[in-house]
Design a protein around this ligand. Structure first.
Ligand code: SAH
Length: 346
């Protein structure tokens, strides 16, 4: 029975309007249903109390809502919460709540698995099964918002697309989810509090710049030396750094928002003077700031984080050149919730 029903959250507002007019209902009904679905995060058609009972029954005969649900929740000793979120087809993605003194951040997934092949990331060892739908992305955010209120007594303040998958390769659902999350009536989150992190696909960076959504952009750089970056992130052979630079400058021209460059310093890989100089040169050509991310080891153990002296050397060299730089501490690594560790151990 349920197999024949359509997922109502796969319909746009216009498609809902067309449906209501096809059954002889007024167009404003579509807006009411849309508000329930996207602004009140309703998970039941029967609970849409401003619609008549017969109309609700009609909807239930045609449509279904398929909420994503928390399958397993783990709490780190630092307060970080990792959720294995089960989707309607049994696939599982991971979403993380990261609390700090000032903010609570949701780290959400955009794909089941990942098609990229970053050699240092646990998610890349999974096969990319499929893209997430808009509803599955929004559900992760609302689930984490609830946890933030419950465990930290405050609503979610920020979202980062730094979970599983490459957000720009699920472009339309990620964009649609951002639009829905930032709508006044829904979570009403400012787009400035949302960061899309990409491994760097120039054409799609430019496309997103053109959308005028005002989110922040982060690029996983890790090396400003082309050959080295290609070894760390083999797919990037197709996307030379000159093209990435052009797209980042286009992003800045359009949005006036600085790009965050995510960078891990590994022992024996990118810890030499030559690596630092290449990063400085890269930063000089783009309005940017650098986040030095702590490396979280994954099972293969091929890489290790450079010593704190080397990292301090990166910091002081960048600062001398007037480049903004921050060291990002790892969160939730005791439960494999940290960057790059999301691999569905459940
Ligand atoms: N595909 C996107 C978003 C997901 S990865 C991207 O590449 O940006 C989110 C961040 O985690 C990226 O900066 C990525 O380089 C980083 N990352 C991946 N594996 C990591 C690891 N083992 N330790 C620390 N950071 C890691």
């Amino acid at each position: 029975m349920n197999q024949n029903k359509k997922d109502i959250r796969a319909l746009s507002l216009q498609e809902l309007e067309a449906y209501f007019s096809s059954i002889g209902e007024k167009a404003f009904r579509a807006r009411q249903v849309y508000d329930w679905l996207w602004n009140k995060n309703a998970h039941s058609l029967a609970g849409m109390t401003n619609l008549s009972k017969p109309l609700r029954e009609k909807l239930e005969n045609h449509f279904i809502i398929r909420p994503a649900e928390i399958h397993v929740m783990q709490r780190s000793k630092d307060g970080t919460i990792k959720n294995a979120v089960r989707l309607h087809d049994g696939n599982v993605v991971e979403s993380v709540l990261i609390p700090t003194a000032k903010r609570t951040t949701a780290c959400v997934s955009s794909q089941v698995g990942c098609s990229l092949d970053c050699t240092f990331c646990a998610t890349s060892q999974l096969i990319r099964m499929r893209n997430l739908t808009t509803a599955e992305i929004v559900d992760q955010v609302t689930l984490i918002d609830k946890q933030s209120r419950e465990y930290h007594q405050k609503p979610l303040s920020n979202i980062v697309f730094m979970g599983m998958g490459e957000p720009l390769l699920n472009y339309s659902s990620v964009l649609d989810a951002i639009r829905k999350i930032t709508e006044d009536k829904g979570l009403g989150m400012s787009p400035r509090r949302i960061t899309v992190s990409t491994s760097g696909i120039p054409k799609l960076i430019e496309k997103l710049a053109d959308e005028n959504v005002k989110v922040k952009l982060a690029l996983s750089l890790h090396s400003a030396i082309e050959e080295k970056r290609n070894q760390l992130m083999p797919f990037s052979v197709k996307f030379p750094l000159t093209n990435i630079k052009e797209s980042l400058n286009y992003w800045y021209q359009k949005t006036k928002s600085r790009i965050t460059l995510e960078y891990i310093v590994w022992k024996g890989i990118n810890d030499s003077k030559e690596d630092i100089n290449a990063l400085v040169k890269f930063c000089k050509t783009i309005p940017s700031k650098v986040n030095l991310i702590q490396y979280n080891s994954i099972d293969s153990g091929k890489y290790s984080q450079a010593s704190s002296e080397i990292i301090q050397n990166y910091v002081s060299t960048l600062e001398k050149e007037n480049i903004i730089v921050k060291i990002r501490k790892s969160r939730g690594d005791d439960i494999d919730a940290a960057c790059g560790q999301l691999a569905n151990k459940h």
